[in-house]
Design a protein around this ligand. Structure first.
Ligand code: AMP
Length: 418
């Protein structure tokens, strides 16, 4: 397999699938450029090797070509980050993109317009009537799959080498993330973002130093079940926090008041408790809750036993004793995976538990543990606490990371490895 460090880019045009799906405010200003900054080393590496770079990405979820979702909005910032001019192709395929790509000289960069201006990027039909019949849906799907072949070929014709550096979309078998691979049998590789992500996740999932602790939080157990089950074979300690706590407590016969609770998942919760016992996993559940009388930062607050929450009150964070228990387990760990806040951290009144988890992970990391934080809200939390640079790795890929941890094969990874 080729790697970005060994490949000879001299005179080659490299088509790099980046993840420039950055948040923009209503003035089209970038509010978080993390993903763009992450892509710079890969781009620079190709340029330093006397290659030229063609960047392709999606931005948002356009239903058609729509200037609101144009990558033009990020062009100036890209030029600042790279400290050089960047050309722009206002269509990602077609004659003009082809001409601009073919005229690129070594050391030059071209940014293509949003891939998702075409339904063919995702290969999903658009504009179907709501009352479309199954037959019509099937026909529309077949049509877009057919036209997708040409789209993929057109994209591939722009370059000599394909680099996938978009971990955030690695779980999707889209034109630019996976299907294009067949055009680059010997000239495809991961960029540095992908390499870094895979190394970090493999450190945790394939070669963990023990003890290995996973902390899973968030709102519902139903959305985390595949991950929890896959982790059961791997971890020594499994800390479960957040809203899902109350489904467990209720399943065990507790009274959880107005807490978030999935009454149809009691069997599942009891299964998790049983499997953890069978596999010798130390399952750590909260035994002290911070409860509020409304889902609000202005709520009245009490500390109570999560098995016995008064009516009209809901569990919104873990209490001080549970924070200490969680921290004790985390600080003795050598490998740590954290996904999901253990309380409603967005409200300062209920952020203490999540902060305590983050602080304990930082202390464990200082003592030599490898810590990986990933998946949406725990990344938001670690950033909110200003601790992102004090843990080993913060993943850029929400859904992709979670699917990888679930043990699923990611099309964007398979496409490169073959
Ligand atoms: P998820 O997307 O499932 O990872 O859930 C993340 C969300 O769970 C965050 O927005 C948290 O505010 C929320 N959350 C955490 N703990 C609780 C809780 N005890 N009750 C309700 N929501 C919670």
């Amino acid at each position: 397999m080729q790697t970005i460090d060994t490949y000879n880019f001299q005179g080659k045009r490299a088509l790099i699938r980046v993840d420039f799906n950055v948040p923009l405010n209503d003035k089209f200003e970038i509010t978080d450029d993390t993903r763009m900054r992450a892509a710079v080393p890969t781009i620079k590496k190709v340029l330093a090797g006397s290659g030229s770079v063609i960047l392709m990405s999606h931005l948002g979820r356009p239903k058609k070509a729509d200037v609101k979702f144009s990558l033009k909005h990020i062009l100036k910032h890209l030029e600042e980050l790279l400290d050089m001019p960047v050309k722009f192709a206002d269509d990602c395929v077609g004659e003009s993109a082809k001409k601009q790509a073919s005229e690129l000289k070594p050391g030059e960069v071209l940014l293509l317009e949003n891939l998702r201006f075409y339904a063919e990027e995702e290969g999903k039909p658009r504009g179907l009537a709501e009352d479309a019949s199954d037959e019509e849906k099937k026909a529309a799907k077949a049509a877009v799959k057919e036209s997708q072949k040409k789209f993929v070929a057109d994209l591939a014709s722009l370059a000599d080498v394909w680099i996938n550096d978009a971990f955030g979309t690695a779980h999707r078998a889209h034109a630019s993330t996976a299907l294009i691979a067949s055009y680059f049998q010997n000239d495809r590789m991961f960029g540095y973002v992908m390499e870094g992500e895979l190394k970090a996740v493999d450190n945790v999932m394939k070669h963990p130093q023990r003890p290995f602790t996973a902390i899973m939080g968030g709102s519902k157990v139903s959305s985390k079940i595949d991950i929890i089950m896959n982790l059961m074979d791997k971890v020594d300690n499994l800390i479960l926090g957040g809203g899902m706590t109350y489904t467990f407590k209720a399943a065990l016969g507790g009274h959880v008041g107005a807490s978030i609770c999935e009454t149809d998942k009691f069997d599942l919760a009891l299964d998790i408790i049983r499997i953890a016992k069978e596999k010798g996993v130390n399952l750590v559940l909260s035994d002290q809750a911070v409860i509020g009388d409304s889902f609000s930062n202005d709520a009245n607050v009490q500390i109570c036993d999560p098995m016995n929450i008064p009516d009209g009150w809901e569990g919104l964070d873990v209490g001080p004793e549970t924070r200490e228990r969680f921290a004790g387990v985390i600080e003795q760990s050598k490998t740590i995976l954290w996904n999901g806040p253990v309380g409603v951290f967005e409200m300062p009144k209920f952020a203490e538990g999540t902060k305590a988890v983050a602080d304990a992970i930082v202390r464990a990391t200082e003592q030599g543990a490898f810590s990986l934080i990933g998946g949406g809200d725990s990344v938001a939390a670690i950033n909110q606490f200003g601790l992102a640079d004090k843990v080993s790795y913060v993943s850029t890929g929400g859904g992709a990371l979670l699917e990888y941890i679930e043990g699923k094969e990611l099309p964007g990874i398979t496409a490169i490895r073959g």
